[in-house]
Every structure is written in C-alpha cells, then in structure tokens.
Ligand binder design. Structure first.
Ligand code: TEU
Length: 570
C-alpha cells in the first residue's frame, strides 16, 4: 500500500463565512462547522481545509489577515477553535489551515509599523519603492512598475505621508510581505509552528509561488511587465510567479516548520505553476510541499480576451490533465479539484445544471476522483450546488468582481453587459453563496440575513434532501471517497489517457499490478458510443460504479452525462 497517508485522502474545503451561521449575524462561524462535523464524517472525507478564520478587516473575505495567531470574532474564539479541532480529531479526520503569507492586511501591526516612517524597524518587511524616476509621486503612471493588481487598478499604492509606494499584487489592503527579509520569514515560521503545536495538521498555502520576486540585486528595482493591447495595466507575473528563490524559501520553511512532525499535509496554491516546476516542488526528497494546486484546467476555458466567454474544448481539458498525470507519474504528486471558493460551480461550468444536473455532477466527480492524485471537494459540490443568478453588479460582493468591473468599464471601454456576462458565468461569488442545508427560507444557513443571497434553488438542492435520497450526488460522492479508501488501484495505479481526440468522451485506464480500471465519462447530453481499443478484453469486467443504467462493458454506449467505472484482472 501507499507510503504517504495523504495519497489515500480526500480533502473537504470549508469557506467558513458561507458554511453555517449559529448566531444569526448572516455569516458562518466555527460553531456552525462543529454542528456539521457528523455530516462531513458521514461523507467520509479525511481532511478539512478551512479558508481563513483569522482576525481580518474582510476586504478579501479573510485573505487579508490582521492577526495570524487568533480567530476572527465573527467566527468565534481560540477556545471554540480548539473545540472544533478536537471534534475533527475525535472523528478521525484532520484539519489544515489556510496560510496567507504572500501578503498581510494593511491593518496588521507589522504593516502599521512599516508604514509609520521610512526609518521604521519593519520598513523593509514590505515592498516600499520610490516613484518612477522623473515623475511626480502620486500621479498616474508614476508607480514604480506598470503592473496591474489582480483586483483591478495598479499593483502599487501611494503613501503620501512617506512619499513612497507599497506593492500589493491583490487589493490595496493586502500589501505584499518582503520574503527577501530573513526576519519576515522567521516570524512566519514561528507563527506556523505555533499552529502546529496547537494541533493543526498542515497548511494550504495561498499564492505561495508568488513570494519570491525578481529584484535587481544592486538597485532593488522591480522590472516592468508586458502591456497587453487594450488593457490599462501590464502583466507583471514574469517577475513574481515561480520566482528565483521560491524553492529555497519553501525548503527553508519545510526545515524550520514541517520536518519531523509526523502526518502533516502541505499544499501550495500556485497559479501559473508548470509541470516541470511541480515535479521539483513536490519531490518528497527535496522537502518543499506535498502537492500543489495548478490552474491549467480551470484556465482551459479562458482566452486572450478576459471579457469573452470561451467554450470548453474537452480535448484541451484532457490534454491538460494528461500532461499533469504523466508529468508527476514518477516523482511528485497531483492535487485534483474542480471547485474552490474562487471558481464557478463545476456542474454549471462543465456539466449541465438543468435537466441533467444530478447526472452530470456525478460524472464530473467520477472523472476527477479516479485520476491519480488527492481529490478536493469544495462545500456544496457534494450535493451538486450550481452557479447563482446574479442580475446586476449590485448582486456581487467579491472584491475581484467589483474591482475588475470598475477597471473594465472606466478604463478599458467595456460595456457593463459584456463584463456582467463573464462575471455571471465565472465570478467567484458563484462559489460563495451560502451552503444549502435544507429547503427552509435561508436554506438552514442562517436565521438572519445572509451576507450574500442564498441561491433560490435551495428548495430543491440541499443537504437534507441529498442525505435522505440514496440516489443523490451526496451518496455518489460518498461512494467515490470510499472507493479511494478501499481500492489500491485508485490511489497508486498508473494512468493512461484513452481517446485523446474525442470531444465528447473522457476515457482512461488505471493499473496496479494485475488490477485495471476503465473509466469513461460522457461530457454531452447525447447518447455516445465509446470506441475503446481492445474493448473485447473488458467483456467480463465487473461494474464498479455508474450513474445510470449500465451498458455491457464491451459495448460502451453511454447515456447523456453518464459515467462508468469497470474493473478487471489482467
Ligand atoms: O487566489 C489566488 C488567485 O490567483 C486568484 O487571483 C484567483 O485565481 C482568481 O481570483 C480567480 O478568479 C488566492 C485565494 O484563493 C483568493 O481567494 C484570494 O483572493 C487571493 O489568493 C489573494 O489572497
């Protein structure tokens, strides 16, 4: 059996703000999570990942942290956190924290001190730079580089009191920490050890491949980026994605924090990471991270123009997963996800959230979970939650949606309707509508007014109904998770993609020793026959799982959105 415990694990992500509210303020809280631990244990997941629960001004819903060693009062207290952790451990599960250390909040005492004067002891803990040479500080275009921030506007904020700018790759309230400074790194490692000493089981590391910036050793300058036509700001990512000291920093973190502590899990969120980088990052002998979140597959339906919806080509999606499966086959490990708090709901994005919602949600789950890697389930995915109906920009709460909308309309000449059509389909608030527990007016999420509107379809799509229905997405996910726990080929088997040029079917085999699995998913609403090479060898295979009436294994005619999994001995 497998050597590393997390290869057999399934992780469940909780976005605490939207999970369950017990005090009626419209925001989820830790007691709400405690109240649903039996539900999660029933699903069979091994690890819970908590999105940030630390004190925060909530500019980016907690990804702007003002105190790394405490709990946001809206969510609870450290005592309640300990109770939650004990409840998780009592049920045989583990809990990992979100680690957001590319940036802090501008209200963190570190930044408050850093901005207090150019001579402050912590001035160098953040990226302070003068205006572009020859330009008047604080005027448009005088920013130290031409980079745009992810949430719209420039990546630099002007601080009039000191006459300098600070770098913020995300919002102005999320100044980037300066990882070049060893004291910064030491403070972060000490904080991480404090959480591990408290009993947590690891970390999901936010945009951790952005911590090392390309900086001129002599002048300290950061380079300009490429300015795409029609866009207000440049893409600076070449200067901070997978930067020159990334591996060094992660190895140091591993040594100082993680090494020798037993069964932990570390996963680095890494937009723009390549397969080659991931091999190095997840090679256990190098001591960096256990796995990474890559973004290629969730960018598969993006194109050159950010405000155009490009349809998914299944061949593109398969080429991406195939590349990652092959690239990490010998060394390293994949993480597998469709959803998180930044992505639209997968059943709306790649499935059919109408007539075939249940079936397509099951098919998508099957295909993902039977890849080689550690699957992540995002709250509500296990009941097939869908995108939400957003009408106007006033319906959105996400700083990214609001900031990008503003920039596109005011600086880039876009029409509200073209921007809205993309935000409705892809906006992050789709994932953040409250968890749908039951059919009652606020879906059992809160007795108050939810911070973001509950999806009206909760009357039909909710956890109570799903748990009560043996044919629900919930019970199907439960079986998928159980299969990973009981069938070694799911964990350790090798992976071979079939039918790479087929735009309708996703097919692959897994093999470990003399056991083989065949997995086929129909990504369309039509009946499709799979022309598998040597189909006859599957004639007496055993059906492991399907979401519709099963065809004979050697004549695979799949119904709309059907998935089939067969097993045979070779
Ligand atoms: O997200 C990283 C990231 O790259 C996001 O910009 C994401 O790709 C984009 O928003 C998708 O539309 C992480 C967190 O997951 C996200 O919630 C935070 O806002 C961000 O970092 C800053 O901490």
């Amino acid at each position: 059996m497998t050597d590393l415990w997390w290869k057999q694990a399934v992780v469940y992500q909780i976005y605490p703000r939207s999970f369950a509210d017990t005090d009626g303020d419209g925001m989820g809280d830790l007691r709400g999570i405690i109240g649903h631990l039996d539900y999660l244990a029933g699903l069979g997941v091994d690890v819970i990942w908590l999105s940030p629960v630390y004190p925060s001004p909530q500019d980016d819903n907690g990804y702007d942290i003002s105190d790394y060693q405490n709990i946001e009062p809206v969510f609870g207290t450290l005592e309640i956190f300990d109770e939650l952790l004990a409840g998780v451990h009592d049920r045989g599960m583990k809990l990992i924290m979100d680690l957001v250390v590319n940036h802090s909040s501008d209200e963190h005492p570190w930044f408050v001190e850093s901005r207090s004067s150019t001579a402050a002891a912590k001035r160098d803990w953040y990226w302070w730079r003068p205006a572009r040479e020859g330009l008047e500080p604080g005027t448009p275009g005088a920013e130290p580089t031409n980079w745009g921030s992810v949430f719209g506007g420039p990546a630099w904020a002007y601080d009039a009191a000191s006459g300098e700018y600070y770098l913020h790759l995300f919002s102005t309230k999320q100044p980037d920490l300066n990882w070049e400074n060893a004291e910064v790194r030491g403070a972060i490692y000490a904080m991480m050890r404090w959480w591990l000493d408290r009993g947590v089981d690891g970390f999901r590391m936010d945009v951790i491949n952005m911590i090392s910036k390309v900086v001129d050793a002599e002048t300290g300058a950061l380079p300009d980026g490429r300015l795409p036509a029609g866009q207000a700001y440049a893409d600076g990512s070449a200067s901070f994605i997978n930067g020159p000291r990334l591996h060094e920093f992660l190895q140091e973190m591993h040594r100082e924090v993680v090494a020798g502590r037993g069964e932990l899990l570390t996963v680095g969120e890494m937009p723009g990471v390549t397969v080659d980088e991931a091999v190095l990052l997840t090679d256990p002998t190098r001591g960096e991270v256990d796995m990474v979140f890559q973004f290629d597959h969730v960018w598969a339906d993006r194109g050159a123009d950010p405000w155009v919806l490009y349809p998914l080509r299944l061949t593109t999606l398969k080429a991406i997963f195939g590349r990652w499966q092959a690239g990490l086959a010998e060394v390293g490990w994949n993480s597998l996800y469709w959803n998180n708090h930044d992505q639209p709901r997968v059943v709306s994005r790649f499935g059919d959230d109408g007539e075939y919602r249940v079936r397509s949600a099951m098919m998508l789950g099957t295909v993902l979970h039977l890849h080689r890697g550690t699957p992540y389930v995002y709250q509500g995915e296990e009941i097939g939650m869908t995108n939400a109906p957003f009408h106007t920009i006033a319906d959105f709460r996400d700083i990214e949606a609001l900031g990008q909308y503003q920039q596109a309309i005011t600086l880039e000449g876009r029409t509200p309707e073209e921007v809205l059509s993309v935000l409705r389909a892809r906006g992050r608030d789709n994932a953040r509508t409250p968890m749908q527990w039951d059919a009652s007016p606020q879906a059992g999420f809160t007795t108050g007014t939810p911070w973001l509107a509950v999806n009206p379809n909760h009357t039909e799509i909710n956890a109570a109904a799903a748990v009560a229905d043996p044919d629900s997405v919930y019970h199907y996910y439960r079986k998928l998770i159980e299969l990973r726990h009981t069938e070694p080929v799911v964990v350790d088997g090798d992976f071979t993609m079939l039918l790479p040029l087929d735009e309708r079917l996703y097919a692959f085999t897994r093999r470990l020793g003399d056991t083989m699995l065949l997995v086929v998913g129909n990504f369309t609403g039509e009946t499709v026959r799979a022309e598998i090479d040597d189909a006859a060898t599957w004639a007496s295979a055993e059906l492991v799982l399907t979401n519709a009436a099963a065809p004979p294994p050697d004549d695979l005619t799949l119904g709309p959105w059907q998935a089939v999994v067969y097993r045979r001995t070779v």
